[in-house]
Design a protein around this ligand. Structure first.
Ligand SMILES: CCCCCCCC(=O)SCCNC(=O)CCNC(=O)[C@H](O)C(C)(C)COP(=O)(O)OP(=O)(O)OC[C@H]1O[C@@H](n2cnc3c(N)ncnc32)[C@H](O)[C@@H]1OP(=O)(O)O
Length: 197
Protein backbone atom coordinates (compact mmCIF):
# COMPACT_ATOMS: atom_id res chain seq x y z
CA UNK A 1 0.00 0.00 0.00
CA UNK A 2 1.03 3.60 -0.44
CA UNK A 3 1.03 5.58 2.79
CA UNK A 4 2.29 9.16 3.00
CA UNK A 5 3.66 8.79 -0.52
CA UNK A 6 5.72 5.70 0.28
CA UNK A 7 5.23 2.03 -0.49
CA UNK A 8 4.56 -0.08 2.61
CA UNK A 9 4.27 -3.81 3.23
CA UNK A 10 1.45 -5.23 5.33
CA UNK A 11 2.66 -7.88 7.76
CA UNK A 12 1.13 -9.96 10.51
CA UNK A 13 2.27 -11.20 13.88
CA UNK A 14 1.28 -14.85 14.22
CA UNK A 15 -0.82 -15.82 17.19
CA UNK A 16 1.01 -17.47 20.10
CA UNK A 17 -1.55 -20.29 19.92
CA UNK A 18 -0.42 -21.51 16.52
CA UNK A 19 1.44 -24.79 16.40
CA UNK A 20 3.90 -23.58 13.76
CA UNK A 21 6.01 -20.43 14.16
CA UNK A 22 3.96 -18.84 16.99
CA UNK A 23 4.67 -15.17 17.61
CA UNK A 24 6.67 -14.78 14.38
CA UNK A 25 6.13 -12.14 11.74
CA UNK A 26 4.87 -13.30 8.36
CA UNK A 27 2.80 -12.17 5.41
CA UNK A 28 -0.84 -13.21 5.28
CA UNK A 29 -0.78 -16.65 3.63
CA UNK A 30 -0.99 -20.36 4.06
CA UNK A 31 -1.37 -23.78 2.59
CA UNK A 32 -3.18 -24.24 -0.72
CA UNK A 33 -6.53 -26.01 -0.70
CA UNK A 34 -8.24 -28.08 -3.39
CA UNK A 35 -10.67 -25.22 -4.14
CA UNK A 36 -7.82 -22.83 -5.05
CA UNK A 37 -7.17 -22.38 -8.79
CA UNK A 38 -3.58 -21.26 -8.24
CA UNK A 39 -1.25 -19.54 -5.77
CA UNK A 40 -3.02 -16.20 -6.29
CA UNK A 41 -6.31 -17.76 -5.22
CA UNK A 42 -4.62 -19.25 -2.17
CA UNK A 43 -3.05 -15.93 -1.20
CA UNK A 44 -6.35 -14.04 -1.58
CA UNK A 45 -8.34 -16.66 0.33
CA UNK A 46 -5.81 -16.73 3.17
CA UNK A 47 -5.61 -12.92 3.36
CA UNK A 48 -9.38 -12.80 3.70
CA UNK A 49 -9.36 -15.49 6.41
CA UNK A 50 -6.49 -14.00 8.37
CA UNK A 51 -6.92 -10.21 8.14
CA UNK A 52 -10.35 -9.71 6.54
CA UNK A 53 -9.01 -8.41 3.22
CA UNK A 54 -11.66 -8.74 0.50
CA UNK A 55 -10.13 -10.24 -2.69
CA UNK A 56 -11.76 -7.57 -4.88
CA UNK A 57 -9.86 -4.91 -2.93
CA UNK A 58 -6.53 -6.33 -4.12
CA UNK A 59 -4.84 -5.45 -7.38
CA UNK A 60 -2.62 -8.46 -7.94
CA UNK A 61 0.72 -7.46 -9.48
CA UNK A 62 2.85 -10.58 -9.77
CA UNK A 63 4.26 -13.70 -8.20
CA UNK A 64 7.88 -13.77 -7.07
CA UNK A 65 10.45 -16.56 -7.11
CA UNK A 66 9.40 -19.11 -4.46
CA UNK A 67 11.19 -19.76 -1.22
CA UNK A 68 11.39 -22.85 0.96
CA UNK A 69 10.52 -22.75 4.65
CA UNK A 70 12.17 -24.72 7.42
CA UNK A 71 9.61 -27.53 7.03
CA UNK A 72 10.64 -27.72 3.33
CA UNK A 73 7.33 -26.30 2.14
CA UNK A 74 7.44 -24.43 -1.14
CA UNK A 75 6.17 -20.88 -0.52
CA UNK A 76 5.21 -18.62 -3.45
CA UNK A 77 4.91 -14.90 -2.69
CA UNK A 78 2.06 -13.05 -4.39
CA UNK A 79 2.42 -9.27 -4.59
CA UNK A 80 -0.63 -7.02 -4.71
CA UNK A 81 -1.62 -3.41 -4.13
CA UNK A 82 -4.20 -2.50 -1.52
CA UNK A 83 -5.65 0.86 -0.54
CA UNK A 84 -4.22 2.46 2.59
CA UNK A 85 -7.79 2.87 3.85
CA UNK A 86 -7.86 -0.90 4.45
CA UNK A 87 -8.79 -1.65 8.06
CA UNK A 88 -7.55 -5.10 9.03
CA UNK A 89 -9.79 -7.35 11.11
CA UNK A 90 -7.31 -9.94 12.38
CA UNK A 91 -8.63 -13.44 13.00
CA UNK A 92 -7.46 -13.89 16.62
CA UNK A 93 -6.96 -17.67 16.21
CA UNK A 94 -4.20 -16.98 13.69
CA UNK A 95 -3.10 -13.35 13.90
CA UNK A 96 -2.35 -11.28 16.98
CA UNK A 97 -1.35 -8.05 15.21
CA UNK A 98 -1.26 -6.44 11.77
CA UNK A 99 1.20 -3.66 10.95
CA UNK A 100 2.89 -1.92 8.04
CA UNK A 101 6.56 -1.28 7.34
CA UNK A 102 7.97 1.07 4.67
CA UNK A 103 9.31 -1.14 1.87
CA UNK A 104 12.47 0.95 1.83
CA UNK A 105 13.31 -0.30 5.36
CA UNK A 106 14.27 -3.63 3.72
CA UNK A 107 17.15 -2.03 1.82
CA UNK A 108 18.02 0.71 4.31
CA UNK A 109 17.29 -0.55 7.82
CA UNK A 110 18.15 1.13 11.10
CA UNK A 111 18.47 -2.10 13.06
CA UNK A 112 19.73 -5.08 11.09
CA UNK A 113 21.85 -8.15 11.44
CA UNK A 114 22.68 -11.09 9.27
CA UNK A 115 22.79 -14.67 10.53
CA UNK A 116 24.20 -17.71 8.78
CA UNK A 117 21.49 -20.12 7.69
CA UNK A 118 22.11 -23.81 7.03
CA UNK A 119 19.32 -26.08 5.83
CA UNK A 120 18.93 -29.63 7.08
CA UNK A 121 20.69 -30.69 3.86
CA UNK A 122 23.72 -28.51 4.55
CA UNK A 123 22.91 -25.77 2.02
CA UNK A 124 24.49 -22.56 3.29
CA UNK A 125 22.87 -19.20 2.94
CA UNK A 126 22.30 -16.06 4.96
CA UNK A 127 19.29 -15.00 6.95
CA UNK A 128 18.33 -11.35 7.28
CA UNK A 129 17.03 -10.11 10.62
CA UNK A 130 15.42 -6.67 10.98
CA UNK A 131 14.08 -4.98 14.07
CA UNK A 132 11.45 -2.45 13.12
CA UNK A 133 10.30 0.09 15.69
CA UNK A 134 6.74 1.16 15.06
CA UNK A 135 6.87 4.52 16.85
CA UNK A 136 3.21 5.28 16.31
CA UNK A 137 2.11 2.16 18.20
CA UNK A 138 5.20 2.03 20.46
CA UNK A 139 6.03 -1.55 19.56
CA UNK A 140 8.99 -3.31 17.95
CA UNK A 141 8.81 -6.19 15.52
CA UNK A 142 11.47 -8.73 14.62
CA UNK A 143 11.24 -9.62 10.95
CA UNK A 144 13.52 -12.46 9.93
CA UNK A 145 13.85 -15.73 8.03
CA UNK A 146 11.62 -16.39 5.07
CA UNK A 147 9.53 -13.25 5.63
CA UNK A 148 12.63 -11.04 5.57
CA UNK A 149 13.93 -12.94 2.53
CA UNK A 150 10.81 -12.04 0.52
CA UNK A 151 10.65 -8.45 1.80
CA UNK A 152 14.29 -7.80 0.84
CA UNK A 153 13.84 -9.30 -2.61
CA UNK A 154 10.75 -7.18 -3.32
CA UNK A 155 12.52 -4.03 -2.09
CA UNK A 156 15.49 -4.78 -4.37
CA UNK A 157 13.20 -5.33 -7.38
CA UNK A 158 11.29 -2.10 -6.70
CA UNK A 159 14.09 0.29 -5.71
CA UNK A 160 16.89 -1.17 -7.83
CA UNK A 161 19.51 0.19 -5.45
CA UNK A 162 22.29 -1.37 -3.42
CA UNK A 163 21.14 -2.27 0.10
CA UNK A 164 23.18 -1.21 3.14
CA UNK A 165 23.94 -4.91 3.86
CA UNK A 166 25.21 -7.89 1.88
CA UNK A 167 22.80 -9.96 -0.21
CA UNK A 168 23.23 -13.21 -2.12
CA UNK A 169 22.13 -11.74 -5.45
CA UNK A 170 23.83 -10.31 -8.47
CA UNK A 171 22.20 -6.87 -8.35
CA UNK A 172 22.72 -6.40 -12.08
CA UNK A 173 20.82 -9.58 -12.78
CA UNK A 174 18.42 -9.84 -9.89
CA UNK A 175 15.76 -12.15 -11.27
CA UNK A 176 18.15 -14.71 -12.78
CA UNK A 177 20.33 -14.80 -9.70
CA UNK A 178 17.32 -15.27 -7.41
CA UNK A 179 16.10 -18.10 -9.65
CA UNK A 180 19.57 -19.63 -9.52
CA UNK A 181 19.67 -19.42 -5.70
CA UNK A 182 16.25 -21.02 -5.51
CA UNK A 183 17.20 -23.84 -7.90
CA UNK A 184 20.38 -24.57 -5.91
CA UNK A 185 18.41 -24.74 -2.66
CA UNK A 186 15.72 -26.86 -4.28
CA UNK A 187 18.31 -29.22 -5.81
CA UNK A 188 20.00 -29.70 -2.43
CA UNK A 189 16.67 -30.76 -0.88
CA UNK A 190 15.71 -32.94 -3.83
CA UNK A 191 19.06 -34.76 -3.77
CA UNK A 192 18.52 -35.68 -0.14
CA UNK A 193 14.98 -36.86 -0.80
CA UNK A 194 16.27 -39.15 -3.57
CA UNK A 195 19.03 -40.61 -1.41
CA UNK A 196 16.46 -41.39 1.30
CA UNK A 197 14.28 -43.44 -1.06
C1 LIG B 1 17.47 -18.04 2.70
C2 LIG B 1 16.12 -17.77 3.23
C3 LIG B 1 15.98 -18.06 4.72
C4 LIG B 1 14.86 -19.01 4.94
C5 LIG B 1 14.72 -19.24 6.42
C6 LIG B 1 13.66 -20.29 6.68
C7 LIG B 1 13.50 -20.42 8.17
C8 LIG B 1 12.61 -19.33 8.69
O1 LIG B 1 11.78 -18.82 8.07
S1 LIG B 1 12.87 -18.77 10.23
C9 LIG B 1 11.37 -18.10 10.81
C10 LIG B 1 10.95 -16.68 10.58
N1 LIG B 1 9.57 -16.83 10.33
C11 LIG B 1 9.03 -16.65 9.15
O2 LIG B 1 9.67 -16.15 8.23
C12 LIG B 1 7.59 -17.10 8.93
C13 LIG B 1 7.58 -18.11 7.81
N2 LIG B 1 6.29 -18.79 7.74
C14 LIG B 1 5.30 -18.36 6.99
O3 LIG B 1 5.38 -17.38 6.29
C15 LIG B 1 4.01 -19.16 7.06
O4 LIG B 1 4.10 -20.10 8.10
C16 LIG B 1 3.71 -19.92 5.75
C17 LIG B 1 3.33 -18.93 4.65
C18 LIG B 1 4.89 -20.76 5.29
C19 LIG B 1 2.53 -20.85 5.99
O5 LIG B 1 1.48 -20.12 6.55
P1 LIG B 1 0.58 -20.74 7.71
O6 LIG B 1 -0.32 -19.66 8.19
O7 LIG B 1 1.42 -21.42 8.71
O8 LIG B 1 -0.23 -21.78 6.88
P2 LIG B 1 -1.52 -22.62 7.28
O9 LIG B 1 -2.42 -22.64 6.10
O10 LIG B 1 -2.07 -22.20 8.60
O11 LIG B 1 -0.83 -24.02 7.46
C20 LIG B 1 -1.55 -25.14 7.82
C21 LIG B 1 -0.67 -26.35 7.75
O12 LIG B 1 -0.15 -26.49 6.42
C22 LIG B 1 1.26 -26.55 6.43
N3 LIG B 1 1.74 -25.81 5.27
C23 LIG B 1 1.83 -24.47 5.16
N4 LIG B 1 2.34 -24.12 3.96
C24 LIG B 1 2.55 -25.27 3.29
C25 LIG B 1 3.06 -25.58 2.00
N5 LIG B 1 3.49 -24.63 1.15
N6 LIG B 1 3.16 -26.88 1.61
C26 LIG B 1 2.76 -27.86 2.46
N7 LIG B 1 2.27 -27.63 3.70
C27 LIG B 1 2.17 -26.35 4.12
C28 LIG B 1 1.67 -25.93 7.73
O13 LIG B 1 2.93 -26.43 8.19
C29 LIG B 1 0.54 -26.34 8.65
O14 LIG B 1 0.75 -27.66 9.09
P3 LIG B 1 0.24 -28.15 10.53
O15 LIG B 1 -1.26 -27.95 10.55
O16 LIG B 1 0.68 -29.58 10.55
O17 LIG B 1 0.94 -27.30 11.52
Amino acid sequence: MVREGKLHLLLTLRSMQLRRSPGQVCFPGGKSEAIDKDEIDTALREAKEEVGLQPEKVEVICRLVPGIDKMNHLVTPVVGFIEDTFQATPNPDEVSDVFVVPLEYFVKPLNYKTLPYKTSTGYLSRMHCFIYDDHEHKVSFKIWGLTAHFAVFLALVVFRKRPTFEVDYDLDDLISSSEKNFMNLYASLYKRKKSNL
